[in-house]
Ligand binder design. Sequence first.
Ligand SMILES: *Cc1c(COP(=O)(O)O)cnc(C)c1O
Length: 462
Amino acid sequence: MHDPLQPLHAGLDRIAEWEARWPVFETDPSLALSAETMTEALQALAVRLEDNYPFFHPLYAGQMLKPPLALARYAYTLTMGINPNNHALDGGPATARLETEAVAQLARMFGFDNHLGHLTSSGTIANLEALWIARELHPDMGIAASEDSHYTHGRMADVLRMPCTKVPTDDLGRMRLDSLEALLAGGQIGTVVVTAGTTSIGAVDPIDRILPLARAHGVRVHVDSAYGGFYRLLAEGDRPAIDPAPWQAIAECDSIVIDPHKHGLQPYGCGCVLFRDPTVGRFYQHDSPYTYFTSDELHLGEISLECSRAGAAAAALWTTLRALPLQAQSGFGAVLRQTRQAALDWAGRLADSDLFDLVVPPALDIVTFFPRLATKTASAVSDASDRIFAALEARPEQPVYLAKLQVRPSLLAARYPDLVWDQPTMTVLRSCLMKPEHRAYVPFLHEAVEQAARDVRDTVPA
Ligand SMILES: *Cc1c(COP(=O)(O)O)cnc(C)c1O
């Protein structure tokens, strides 16, 4: 019989051979759990884990959540048995090298010729690190980030005690150039944070136009592509699947954050920060008395804010990139072409539907829409969105899981002048089509939301 875990077992056998090079020893009785005890505990866990949405399934099309690639999981499992710590070379020589190689591949994808970079436990920590370098380089200045940038930039700027100014966004959710220009003219901004793929709707700031503006004012540019970064691969070729200009400009920016644990098929605990100028490593200097004694190389621990980090995370990413390289047509590119196509397909159906309106055409793979009602108030649309959301989850067979989003008038007023803003924001439906399998599910998802919209309309008091 075909055993899908066979590659994992073969890998574990190989690790067991390595361990067998050392003398056998007895596990202490305090740690020697019986098979029954472990089975009982794991069964109890499995029962508790049922309290989850089915993130693995294409019917889950809500938040940015999905399990890692099976290969990434196996690679993590293999390595976790050894449990190397990538805080320094002596914590895990093999996985430290794997991290260096995997990070170099990410840097190359963005077009960085030189780089200094490493993995982090998350996008938030990676951004914190980039903002910290921003502050060290411009100690008396603040940062600018769009209104739709990730909420943690404001929080991390607080931690760093540097001012964070929010720049308004246009009707596609992108940073407004006129507002940015006026702000930069004030001379108080040291670094602009641009977003390549906002968390809410996947908008990509006009990085190609922001960059020359920033340079003219001597301002640095940090790219937060925690969510969208891997889409860089689709900005290539004669007929790119996304607008290539902002993505190609990233090569000239100063730092980048990308989350392999979002679109990189990795388990959580895998963010990444990249700097174009390797000499920023000078800011990390420290002298810990009890690590870093086996090599003269610059250790990962000397270029990271964090100390202990899972070597297994680096191993999982390296192994994934070996099997699915960062290529435009195959490997990761082939995965993202499916998710991008799923979003275009669904957006097309929603645009043609009498029952819905699109919030914006999707720039990446996040689709946002709201029910088209006779009563065009923000409160009525919000109420109907809530009901559709609930009706989809309550379907007796094949429930559909979407997410919700609060949008401001600035995003919709130009395209939908009839909307009456009787409250500050409006609730709309949001779907992150992050799984390539979503592509085949789009017709089903669309029919389900149309059905839910009809049902809700029938029950709404006239
Ligand atoms: C998810 C996200 C973050 C935060 O990353 P975490 O890994 O969740 O800490 C930052 N910026 C953007 C654009 C994101 O989508």
